[in-house]
Design a protein around this ligand. Sequence first.
Ligand code: ATP
Length: 505
Amino acid sequence: MSRLTEYVRGNRREIGVGAAAGLLLFLLSRGHLTGAVPLLLLMAMLLLVLYFRRSGAPAGGGVGVISSAVGTRFCDIGGQDRALSELRESLDLVVGDEEAARLGVRPVRGLLLVGPPGTGKTMMARAAAAYADACFLAVSGSEFVEMYAGVGAQRVREIFSRARRTARRESRSAAIVFIDEMEIVGGKRGRHSSHLEYDQTLNQLLVAMDGMQRDESPRILVMGATNRRDLLDDALLRPGRFDRVVHVDYPDFAGRKQILALHLRAKPLADDVDLDALARETFGFSGAHLENLSNEAAILAFRERRDDIASQHLLEAVEKVMMGDKIDRRPSREQLHRVAVHEVGHALMAELLEPGSVAAISIAPRGGSLGHVRKTTGEDQFLYTGAQLRREISFSLAGCAAEQVLLGESSTGVGGDFSRASGLAERLVFAGMSPAGIVAEETLPQDQLNRLVRDILNRQMEDAVRTVRAYLWVFDLAVPRLLEEERLNGEQLRTLLSPGEMPAG
Ligand code: ATP
């Protein structure tokens, strides 16, 4: 887009008003307008200008949402003990800080919450306001910035003065200004196409933060939230501005259990619900996922007209949150048969390599996939050994191996498995666990990497094919059952596997 087009787009209203004024003057000078008409037109234009000023730069209504009656408390937030204690400590410096002042501790002006989406950053800011008995003003970074130069800066000034006004009106000693999507208003300067406006907005925010004094009343604390700290301008993270950074991570096993307990506390649960098992099944879930899971389980129980939520509803909700909704359009019988063979291949390999590891196997199409095998994760896995990576590769390739052995050739359904297996093989190479030994990721030629990955995949594929051939009887039992029932849980699958002799993993 040319600079001129960009300018015109960003200044449509001003150009419109200017053109109308020019036309009015022209018509007046030519004597085309007489009587009260020019006066009326002039008044209409003035009203228009006033209207634009109000909508461009909020005078009374303004950006952001003020909520003084903050409902969220720290006890409503699960699985973030470390982040919460850091937050509390910072807040103690904002309120009731006589001791800190006596020692000359510089007050905290800004606090940045950094973490992935849905991990509870907004909840923490709200709970912080409740803890500090402060009024709470929330605004999203995108609300500040418009194409008009100066509007963002004016909105920053407005938001700070609104926070002060509200705190005074409510006789509170502090106000928290919470800016979500901080990377939009605080992105590195000089990077945007309309960078003047972005830069002015950020500069105004820096000025506003620098102007905040220890002894001012009410005190203001700026809290920002972002999941892209790398995009923030360095000036924002300088001591004296956002000088406290609190990391909010995905919850671990104990955290997930705590969050599930919080979201299920008001729901009627059947006796078979086991929160430990559920927390194990939900590795990688954020607090928002877990809240969604609890809600989806309640909906499933409601659809069945049950009085309480049973374990099966929660497990189905895990799949729904992970894979999306079931798709109504059913594949043909022949395609379903192929999907069943593929999934039994995965499940067989998983059980052989790690007995007891399959949680469920399903051929109900969900989201983007036609079927899937869900494994139980014994404990959160952050590191993999070479043997574990090879096992994961075999597991990924087993669906393809089953299709090849039983149906003569594989299908496009194996694409996702191949990219996962290749990714795992690359991790093996870069961890120095391939025949090439220790290699540097930056200097390893692409050709050599491809060769190493191909060798690893071929070896694991040969293994997978051998395994499938040795366990053809499992397919004879499991595929028809899966086609009939659509979903088998881990226990049902293991019962099917038990008549045979399992080789040691
Ligand atoms: P985003 O970065 O997308 O703005 P966020 O980190 O601000 O997300 P929140 O908006 O605070 O996330 O969380 C969304 C919802 O998820 C909350 O309303 C709550 O129901 C649930 N939730 C998230 N984290 C937690 C948690 N730690 N404990 C309890 N509930 C949580």
